[in-house]
Design a protein around this ligand. Structure first.
Ligand code: SF4
Length: 636
């Protein structure tokens, strides 16, 4: 291993490009020297080896003569899956413990080893189960993996998944998030490994309670209950109460799985200057559980984005699929999330029971054009049939069938083309493995298929060979459709000429605000950074908080910056660039937002900063917290 590493270092020192191909050649050459049956060298083992030697054998490491600059080049060359942190932010997904859900949606998986709607063989779920769903253990393990894969972990986005967040007890919610922060504040050892003592202590607490964490043991423990649930003899909630309730070891650990806000706030303060700072905290819940009280708590936890399962805006489809919510509740949830400044991420499903391809297209068009809704991000996916769900009976009696691939493509293409420039479609499939899908789409590259179809349609139109454009709802004379949604336009890892970027403003109205989506774009419309500014309408705000004025998060005359995002490559370049962007793309976005807010008559601007970005905003003049303590604020 050492000789491989030294060869790579030599190449880097000589200024040679060490890309995937060059690495493969080095590894291959060393593999050839191995004795028959010996294990081949792998790229992923190189960085952990380097970090281990640096930490535990300092003399050996010193002999390699690695300067900080050379080390940076080495880490870049050995980084696994570089797209994972292309935005400059490392994402860590964690799962809460299995818990009853107050809804029972027809299509929702009922895996009793997991919180409702998740399946034990999804990668994040497997990791969570191995960690006894403990937030500290989950974050430590991910931090270790990302560090040893060569990813930067100074900026971390935490995504909390699992059933319906607001159904968990308040003290558990606070404890869970406080532990996430504790894990990041503790960090990892210099060789990238998790802090052994803290993890050992936590693991033995679960062992003492008799909680198992290996896949086989968990499967065995849940087997009988799972069979009963799949056969319809037991509900998911009943099984979960049995397995994780008062008679189980989970009751013992529940006694210490609670914390109060004081503990949490102390951990927030440490994280403001920690090595691994939280730049985003995402929580998922249901529209009918979104209230001023639940959002106030989420904000106190440090949450910046809410994932909300909308699935449909058709009241008949919602009721048929036993969704415990209505379009009116969904609209109110949007308004409240906007008033609190959260980024609004929604889940939307095609092919639910009672839907049709044409109705699905209309439904999605409403989501992205009706001022009552208008999300910032969408996870768009087709319904899939999973064993043990209520949908199985409808599949058996023929009242539900999965769309054909053509039907599904038609819906998704129409949805993507209808998506405005300020919306990001973050995913087009759910992380359900094909082995769990009894019927429905099993292709994991739906997005690429949709992109290819859009491109092909556009080519056909421009070449004049389109014979049946009306079939897609397009008039023969329609201009070539262009995809506006953010993900398609992100610069991602590409280098960009910052001096050629333009700042464009996409303004739009919602039921409760005027929104400005400020974006740095290249001449081809590629996006290098953006900001979301919300200018609440006073009358709408008063109506929204009627009878609960004390829970209103901002006062009259206050604007809200809901998100600032500059992509990794552009951020790096703008930090060293000249001209307008010398100040930094993010700062320029904030200054423009303040100008717009001032021109609209606002006296103050709030920003929904994350705990780890408070220092950044202090540097931009957001000195103090708003009276309610939920936001940083700047006078205009
Ligand atoms: S609310 Fe979510 S987790 Fe609960 S049953 Fe419905 S889809 Fe599943």
């Amino acid at each position: 291993m050492e000789s491989i590493l030294l060869e790579i270092l030599e190449k880097l020192r000589a200024g040679e490009r060490v890309d995937e191909r060059a690495l493969k050649a080095v590894l291959h050459a060393h593999d050839k020297l191995l004795a028959p049956g010996e294990k081949h060298f792998s790229k992923k083992a190189l960085l952990p080896f380097y970090l281990r030697v640096k930490e535990r054998e300092p003399e050996r490491w010193r002999a390699w003569g690695v300067t900080p600059e050379l080390e940076r080049a080495l880490v870049r060359a050995l980084r696994m899956k570089p797209r994972r942190t292309a935005s400059g932010v490392a994402t860590i997904t964690v799962i809460t413990k299995p818990w009853p859900c107050s809804s029972n949606c027809l299509y929702c998986p009922c895996d009793v080893r997991m919180p409702k709607s998740y399946l034990a063989d999804e990668p994040a779920c497997q990791r969570a189960e191995r960690a006894c769903f403990d937030p500290y253990l989950q974050v430590s393990a991910r931090l270790q993996a990302l560090t040893q894969m060569g990813h930067p972990t100074d900026k971390v986005e935490l995504i909390v998944l699992g059933g319906t967040w607001s159904d968990y007890p308040r003290a558990y919610q606070i404890w869970f998030v406080a532990e996430l922060f504790r894990a990041l504040n503790d960090g990892v050892a210099a060789d990238g490994t998790a802090l052994a003592e803290a993890c050992r202590e936590r693991r033995s607490a679960y062992e003492r309670a008799g909680i198992v964490s290996t896949e086989e043991a968990c499967a065995e423990r849940a087997a009988a209950a799972q069979r009963a649930v799949t056969a319809g003899a037991l509900s998911y909630n009943e099984a979960v109460r049995e397995l994780y309730g008062a008679q189980s070891g989970w009751a013992d650990v529940a006694a210490w799985q609670c914390a109060d806000l004081e503990v949490l706030l102390a951990r927030h303060r440490v994280n403001e200057t920690a090595r691994h700072r939280v730049v985003g905290l995402v929580i998922e819940t249901r529209p009918d559980l979104i209230t001023p009280e639940s959002l106030t708590l989420m904000r106190r936890l440090g949450c910046t984005k809410v994932q909300m399962g909308v699935q449909s805006l058709d009241p008949r489809v919602l009721a048929t699929n036993r969704r415990a919510t209505t379009p009116a509740e969904i609209g109110r949830a949007f308004a409240l999330l906007r008033a609190f400044g959260f980024k609004i991420h929604v889940h939307f499903m095609a092919n639910l029971l009672g839907a049709s391809p044409e109705a699905d297209k209309r439904d999605y068009a409403r989501l992205v054009t009706d001022p009552a809704y208008l999300p910032d991000e969408v996870k768009l996916y087709p319904c899939a049939l999973v064993d043990g769900t209520g949908l199985v009976a409808h599949w058996c009696d023929g009242s539900w069938r999965p769309y054909t691939e053509d039907e599904l493509m038609d819906v998704l293409v129409a949805d993507v083309l209808a998506t405005p420039a300020y919306v990001r479609i973050s995913r087009m499939i759910r992380d359900i493995s094909s082995g769990d899908i009894m019927a429905g789409n099993k292709k994991t590259n739906l997005r690429q298929m949709v992109e290819a179809r859009i491109e092909k349609d556009a080519e056909r139109q421009t070449s004049g060979r389109e014979t049946q454009p009306a079939a897609r709802g397009l008039p023969r004379t329609a201009p070539v459709p262009r995809v506006q949604e953010i993900r398609e336009r992100e610069i991602s890892l590409a280098e960009v000429d910052v001096s050629a970027l333009e700042l464009a403003d996409v303004a739009y109205e919602t039921d409760v605000s005027r929104e400005h989506f400020l974006q740095w774009v290249t001449s081809e419309g590629r996006i290098a950074g953006f900001l979301r500014l919300s200018l609440p309408r006073e009358r709408a705000m008063r109506a929204l908080f009627e009878g609960a004025a004390d829970l209103r998060p901002q006062r009259a005359g206050e604007a809200m910056i809901r998100e600032v995002h500059v992509y990794g490559a552009a951020a790096r370049i703008s930090a060293t660039g000249s001209g307008v962007q010398h100040l930094g793309l993010g700062r320029a976005l904030v200054e423009r937002a303040c100008e717009i807010a001032r021109a609209a008559g606002c006296e103050r601007v709030n920003v929904i900063s994350s705990v780890g970005t408070r220092g950044y905003y202090r540097g931009l003049g957001f000195e103090r917290f708003s009276p309610e303590g939920l936001y940083q604020q700047r006078d205009l």
